[in-house]
Design a binder for this molecule. Structure first.
Ligand SMILES: Cc1cc2nc3c(=O)[nH]c(=O)nc-3n(C[C@H](O)[C@H](O)[C@H](O)COP(=O)(O)O)c2cc1C
Length: 212
């Protein structure tokens, strides 16, 4: 086992350190966030710092990098208050990764990558047609984090689209069944493989596996 102190980590090359620290917090969900600007021009970008914040109200947060590094999604959400979150699947992984490139504001990542915008009456922002799990969000709050100039964007889930085959009897959504990918660091993507589900843990009981 190797021991690294933070002093040592700080002395590393920027890219090496970025990969190392980005990986160490573990596997993450990864999705495409769709938005529009004030003139309804679509924007799409890949995000992996996405986190469940609570079920009732149904809140999801994501971390946006400092404004200079990731400007468009953030400013579109500030202006319109709406966005979509779309899971990524193996069939369009490369296109999804490509949305992280720094395209100019007037360039649409949908056009650049060949992914298809899907417009609905319920939200201003476009979904990604190729995505099998997608949901729309209404902005609640943007919290600037002083330590590193990033932003925690807090949103409330509105409409959810998911194949019925993936929704189990108890409400668990079997994302493996629909091939939603996970990520590690900022360039590694994974398929998933369930080990087990377990009953709610109780202090006086042994862990109990749930039947698949
Ligand atoms: C796998 C992966 C995950 C990423 N996760 C985030 C993230 O959570 N937050 C973020 O601000 N940028 C993230 N990025 C970088 C953005 O995708 C990139 O800055 C993009 O150009 C932002 O586009 P925008 O300016 O249109 O919002 C990630 C990139 C990759 C490849």
């Amino acid at each position: 086992m190797k021991h690294f102190t933070i002093q040592e980590v700080k002395s590393w090359d920027r890219f090496y350190r970025g990969n190392f620290i980005n990986s160490i917090s573990g596997f993450k969900s990864v999705s495409l966030i769709g938005t529009v600007d004030q003139e309804n021009n679509p924007n799409l970008a890949i995000f992996s710092n996405i986190v469940h914040l609570g079920a009732d109200p149904a809140l999801v947060g994501f971390i946006n990098r400092p404004r200079e590094a990731s400007p468009h999604t953030l400013s579109n959400i500030e202006h319109t208050g709406s966005y979509t979150i779309n899971h990524i699947h193996e069939e369009f992984l490369e296109k999804a990764h490509q949305t992280s490139a720094k395209y100019a504001k007037h360039e649409s990542e949908f056009e650049k990558t060949g992914l298809s915008p899907l417009w609905t009456d319920h939200t201003k922002a476009p979904f990604v047609k190729e995505s099998k799990v997608r949901y729309s969000m209404e902005l609640q709050e943007i919290i600037p984090l002083k330590q590193n100039n990033t932003f925690l964007v807090v949103g409330a889930i509105q409409d959810i689209y998911v194949p019925s085959v993936a929704v189990q009897a108890d409400g668990y959504v079997d994302l493996e069944n629909v091939g939603s990918l996970a990520s590690l660091g900022i360039d590694g993507y994974y398929k998933t493989s369930l080990l087990n589900r377990y009953a709610y843990a109780k202090a006086d009981k042994e862990p109990t596996r749930l039947e698949a």
